[in-house]
Design a protein around this ligand. Structure first.
Ligand SMILES: Cc1cc2nc3c(=O)[nH]c(=O)nc-3n(C[C@H](O)[C@H](O)[C@H](O)COP(=O)(O)OP(=O)(O)OC[C@H]3O[C@@H](n4cnc5c(N)ncnc54)[C@H](O)[C@@H]3O)c2cc1C
Length: 429
């Protein structure tokens, strides 16, 4: 039995329209074996597969749709160091892990830069990022951040800007201050994911697209079943994040899908670019429910934000995001919008990424709560290290007790929506 007609090509995003190539890996037919079978070809799955392939493991990746089809091929493209829930993790494990967390915070940036160079991946990687404060109280976060960068002698450029300086930096009076960091930056995420997948294949990994895993049969050597075949592997890595529904008994209620949406303008004239973002920075505000934006390589403003917690697309993405963009940039009134799209992120109640193992040999990593470009690359390495027996980093996360909401996905989403209402209220003050 084949369920091919339910499978999807890429969403109609700016990224799909400008990808370097289209992946066209075959669907799985028949039986395969592997050291590791990875389920899901987003950043988590591909970063894990590439790391393992570099270390000589035989890896098979199963992707339900296309490489980068999920959040990894649709996101804001902002490389922002760190992961959500880090402060809670430090509180839980104590100051002793402070240095380790700091290293992990920046590790994803290093991995991305290394891979882009090593595998010559064309993905418009650019350094330059700015955190922007909408309220005076948010300036405190920037000051804390600044102090930590100074204390640790951070080797890359960073700088605080006051309100007037920020207005010059970004051509908007929306912010009370900001801080740049040139080790963060932005890129074309779909092209990065496709390039990393190609690198993994060149190192011996096998990727099957349009091959959803429908069940994991547990055992000494778990079998991952698809409609037309299966993969028997020593280890399975579940990397379907907000898009998978596997292992319900162990994972349901742990991660919830939340929608995030982006619009893309037409390419802007140079004088507008010079006014709104002359340094070509990725921009993200400090609210709980963030707005984020940047310029694409061809000069479009890609403006994103506003989550919903149902995973259901709004009737009009443009109608919900455009007013936010115009609030920041009233001077863009009337500009043509060429693209609108969205995708699902995986939210975890306590915001700490959910890593763990089921029956010893089925590993999972999901729920980055809106971050991900950086942290997925860290987690790919953390899982590869753990598979090789180095458990320290993996255990930091695996030992966290997560609250699950029992019952249906629907009930869970309603409760998360209530929780987010609380955060949105906090953003108002
Ligand atoms: C609109 C948007 C903007 C964002 N902006 C940013 C940003 O600027 N910076 C940032 O750091 N993060 C951002 N994020 C978050 C980031 O994109 C994600 O955290 C990250 O991409 C998650 O990667 P992943 O590989 O875990 O999941 P995904 O990329 O979602 O990949 C999961 C894959 O698993 C596949 N799959 C699911 N079930 C199965 C199955 N049963 N069998 C086989 N395959 C399966 C899916 O088809 C999918 O391809 C954004 C997310 C969205 C949606």
């Amino acid at each position: 039995m084949s369920n091919k007609n339910q499978l999807q090509e890429h969403t109609s995003s700016y990224y799909a329209a400008t990808s370097n190539d289209r992946s066209d890996y075959p669907a799985l037919r028949g039986a395969q074996t592997a050291d590791v079978c990875v389920i899901g070809a987003g950043f988590t799955g591909i970063a894990t597969a590439l790391c393992l392939s570099e270390r000589g493991y035989k890896v098979v990746v199963l992707e339900a749709n296309r490489v980068g089809w999920g959040a990894s091929g649709r996101n804001g493209g902002q490389i922002i160091a760190g992961f959500s829930g880090a402060a809670k993790l430090r509180k839980m494990h104590g100051e002793i892990i402070s240095d380790l967390l700091w290293d992990m915070k920046w590790r994803g940036n290093d991995i991305i830069y290394e891979r882009v160079n090593k595998y010559a991946i064309e993905c418009n990687l650019k350094s330059g990022y700015v955190d922007v404060a909408l309220k005076d109280r948010q300036l405190g976060y920037l000051e804390d951040d600044m102090k930590e960068l100074q204390r640790r002698d951070f080797p890359y450029e960073y700088k605080m800007y006051d309100k007037d300086e920020t207005r010059k930096l970004l051509g908007t009076a929306a912010y009370v201050g900001s801080m740049t960091n040139m080790r963060n930056g932005h890129l074309h995420p779909l092209n990065l994911c496709l390039g990393e997948a190609r690198a993994a294949v060149e190192l011996g990994a096998t990727i099957y697209e349009q091959s959803p895993a429908i069940e994991i049969v547990h055992g000494n050597k778990p079998k991952v079943m698809t409609a037309d075949g299966h993969v028997e592997a020593g280890i399975v890595v579940l990397a379907g994040n907000a898009y998978h529904t596997l292992e319900k008994k162990h994972l349901s209620g742990l991660t919830f899908p939340a929608g995030s949406y982006i619009i893309g303008t037409k390419p802007l004239p140079q004088h507008v670019i010079d006014e709104i973002n002359p340094q070509d920075l990725a921009v993200c505000d400090l609210n709980e429910v963030v707005d984020y934006y940047r310029l694409s390589a061809d000069g479009r403003l890609l403006y994103g934000g506003r989550c919903n917690y149902s995973g259901r697309e709004p009737t009009s993405i443009k109608a919900s995001i455009l007013p936010r963009m115009l609030k920041t940039y009233p001077q863009l009134k009337g500009v043509r919008i060429d693209y609108e799209w969205g995708g699902n992120v995986g939210i975890v109640m306590n915001r700490i990424p959910a890593l763990g193992r089921i029956n010893g040999n089925v590993w999972y990593s999901q729920g980055y709560s809106g971050h991900g470009v950086n942290v997925t690359h860290v987690m790919g390495e953390v899982i590869a290290d753990a598979i090789a027996g180095q458990m320290e980093k993996f255990d930091l996360f695996a030992k966290v007790k997560h609250h699950r909401i029992p019952g249906s996905q629907w009930l869970g989403n309603q409760m998360i929506a209530l929780g987010m209402l609380y955060y949105r209220m906090r953003d108002l003050f």
